[in-house]
Design a protein around this ligand. Structure first.
Ligand SMILES: [Fe+2]
Ligand SMILES: [Fe+2]
Length: 329
């Protein structure tokens, strides 16, 4: 095993169906769409396009602490270096999520109870492999090759998803919650990244992700409606936990360290980013991102039958308004 590899034990039940009639036509349609919309990360992306590091990978406005004293002091070339490290850090987290998603979906092929769900999950395994391929290649070839370690929170979330023995818990964790977060981030990057190659990669990934979220919305309602009270409680608690894990603990301290900022300077960036989020115009990106993500989380929970009094109270505690809806957004 290499140094970053981790083993996760799990107890999962493989359902060997041996019944081949189309029993879930909406999932079969999603499977057909997946076959129709495959793309090839090696062939369809122009890997010869140069990256303009001076212009940046992400928009500078997305760097935590942008507009504060600590960053305003940086020379242009140091800010460009921070942009590269910051972008690499965020993309590394997305990359670890893609690999985790591939592993979870390969388990789901075994576990999901219908043939059509298995067919679709088989395509999601390939999709997630392609996302891990394209992001790792971008980091290795275009961003200087640095892949940052997974954050504690993302690791905790995936350890739980991969170790759990029930398919619908994995699907709530992966397709309903983690992918909602990733989609909001990819969408923001597809629109605002400075590097055109990254914008193109994010657009390609997004096209796949909407199918993945579709899987949760189609497959979960029936499973959730049939849960007993104990399993429902467990799922509600996990929902709270998973949302908190994806929303917190994502501060890229190592990226600031990589450009030589001191612990005191990094602490001041960390403090300042909260104030920035409240006031200035360039926090607009973040506000839109947050609103879109919150709205999608609430809408999806409602669609699958997981928005009730208890989960609404949990959402309020976390700072998400449970009355948000896609129509009002
Ligand atoms: Fe993905
Ligand atoms: Fe996905």
């Amino acid at each position: 095993m290499n140094a970053t590899a981790e083993r996760i034990s799990t107890n999962l039940e493989t359902v060997f169906q041996r019944s081949y009639a189309c029993d879930a036509p909406d999932l079969r349609r999603l499977y057909e769409n997946a076959k129709r919309d495959q793309w090839n990360a090696a062939r369809d992306i122009d890997w010869t396009a140069p990256v303009d590091y001076e212009a940046g990978i992400f928009a500078d406005e997305l760097i935590d602490g942008y507009g504060t004293e600590a960053l305003a002091r940086l020379a242009r070339k140091d800010l460009a270096r921070l942009n590269l490290e910051f972008s690499s850090w965020r993309l590394s987290q997305l990359l670890h999520g893609e690999e985790g998603a591939m592993l979870a979906c390969s388990q789901l092929v075994d576990m999901v109870p219908s043939n059509d769900a298995k067919f679709f999950q088989a395509t999601q395994v390939v999709d997630e492999a392609r996302h891990a391929e394209v992001l790792s290649r971008y980091l290795l070839e275009k961003c200087g090759g640095r892949i940052y370690p997974i954050t504690g929170n993302i690791k905790t979330l995936f350890d739980y998803i991969l170790g759990h023995g029930k398919w619908f818990v994995k699907t709530v964790g992966l397709q309903l919650l983690a992918e909602t977060f990733a989609v909001a981030l990819f969408r923001m990057l597809a629109e605002t990244a400075k590097d055109p190659l990254l914008r193109e990669i994010c657009k390609r990934i997004l096209a796949d992700e909407s199918r993945h979220m579709g899987f949760s919305v189609l497959s979960l309602p029936e499973a959730i409606a049939s849960l007993n009270a104990g399993d429902m409680r467990e799922l509600e608690e996990f929902t709270r936990e998973a949302i908190q894990l994806v929303l917190t603990g994502q501060f890229p301290a190592e990226a600031y360290e990589a450009v030589g900022m001191s612990a005191a300077e990094i602490a001041s960036v960390k403090r300042a980013r909260k104030e920035v989020a409240r006031g200035r115009d360039y926090a607009m990106f973040r506000k839109l991102f947050k609103r879109e993500m919150h709205t999608t989380v609430v809408t999806n929970l409602r669609k699958v039958g997981l928005l009730n009094e208890r989960t609404s109270a949990m959402l309020r505690e976390i700072g998400i308004d449970p009355s948000l809806s896609a129509q009002a957004a």
